[in-house]
Design a protein around this ligand. Structure first.
Ligand code: A2P
Length: 340
């Protein structure tokens, strides 16, 4: 089966991820019959251009999904919790970018390069979950390497941009930076501390085990996506004063020997990964390389000399692209081509 054109609703169309959803749908030439842009009443009537045409934003309510085939949802967890089941009830399939359903055993959690066949499991709930942004970029790297040499353990530290916390967070970084340059007091709303010129080892809430929820998302979502319930991974998630792009320092221990050259070859051959690794020419991935790109960029691949079989590497991705919109649109594309 294949639906030649899908009617698509974007929930949270006015947000940072919503904007990228529309950009990726355009760039990927996703065949769309009707496009419905949905947001809160604050945005109703606002015009957004898509494929050269103005589309008015409509109110997200119980009747918003009539005739819709695919919903791309990115308006926060509580909105998804309420509206994804309503969309599914109305006959649509929801690709949900929030954490609301990710660990629900009846909802597939999908990175198309890693576990595309899990998409088929959407049928019981009508929902497919898009993983956490930091998890997606890392799991591409882990899956590529784990396929050739089983991984024993991973230690990851993230350097995450503020765009992952939405438009208001980006405004907060900009406003605080301007205030500091002008000798004015900074205003804090979104983050518990000043984010301008600061690194905050705190993303999402703290849990009983002293990790943050963001850190445990990386552990639990990786296990679910890779289908390895006891996969050993530990994470430290840090918010840094960067507008766009997440970076990660990833330390991987393997069952058997692997050289940096072998890893470069394996990663370079994996769909969705670009290796940028010529340190002698100062070539390694930085945020600008990943900006508005769909790929995950990897460099600084080197042996971890403190263990028998280990590698260190640096991984950068546009968190609003592969970390959110691109992954969701890729899922939607497979859905349309194979299941609808
Ligand atoms: P709106 O612009 O009308 O507030 P971001 O993550 O960049 O902050 O964006 C959040 C997105 O989610 C926006 O499109 C926002 O719409 C939307 N949104 C937030 N709360 C609701 C809600 N209760 N109903 C519908 N859309 C919502």
């Amino acid at each position: 089966m294949s639906l030649s054109q899908a009617n698509v609703a974007v929930v949270g169309a006015t947000g940072a991820v919503g904007e990228q959803m529309l950009a990726v749908l355009e760039e990927h030439e996703f065949p769309i019959g009707e496009l419905r842009l949905l947001a809160s009443e604050r945005s109703v009537g606002k015009k957004i251009r898509f494929r050269g045409k103005e589309h008015a934003v409509k109110l997200l309510d119980e009747n918003a999904f009539e005739g819709i085939d695919i919903v791309l949802s990115s308006a926060g967890g509580s909105v998804s919790e309420k509206f994804c089941p309503i969309a599914a009830q109305a006959g649509a399939v929801c690709v949900d970018n929030t954490s609301a359903f990710r660990m629900d055993p009846d909802v597939p959690l999908v990175v198309p390069e890693v576990n595309p066949d899990d998409i088929a499991l959407y049928k019981s709930t009508g929902i497919i979950a898009n993983p956490n942004c930091s998890t997606i970029q890392m799991v591409l790297v882990l899956d590529a390497l784990n396929r050739v040499n089983p991984i024993k353990r991973v230690v990851v530290s993230t350097y995450q941009s503020v765009s992952g916390a939405g438009r208001t967070a980006m405004e907060e970084l900009a406003n605080q930076s301007v205030a500091i340059f002008n000798g004015k007091p900074v205003e804090k709303k979104k983050f518990p501390h000043q984010i301008a010129f600061n690194c905050l080892p705190h993303i999402d809430v703290f849990l009983a085990n002293a990790y943050t929820r963001e850190e445990m998302k990386m552990v639990n979502e990786t296990r679910k996506i890779m289908g390895i319930p006891d996969f050993r991974l530990t994470a430290t998630a840090v918010r840094v004063p960067v507008f766009s792009g997440h970076s990660e320092s990833i330390n991987i221990e393997f069952e058997s020997a692997i050289t940096p050259d072998e890893a470069r070859e394996v990663l370079g051959a994996y769909k969705g990964i670009t290796v940028l690794d010529e340190p002698e020419h100062n070539v390694y991935p930085v945020n600008g390389d990943a900006s508005d790109k769909d790929d995950v960029f990897v460099g600084r691949i080197r042996a971890d000399e403190s263990v028998e079989h280990g590698l260190n590497l640096w991984c950068v991705s546009d968190n609003l692209r592969k970390g959110a919109a691109t992954n969701a649109v890729q899922i939607a594309q497979i859905l349309r081509e194979r299941y609808l």
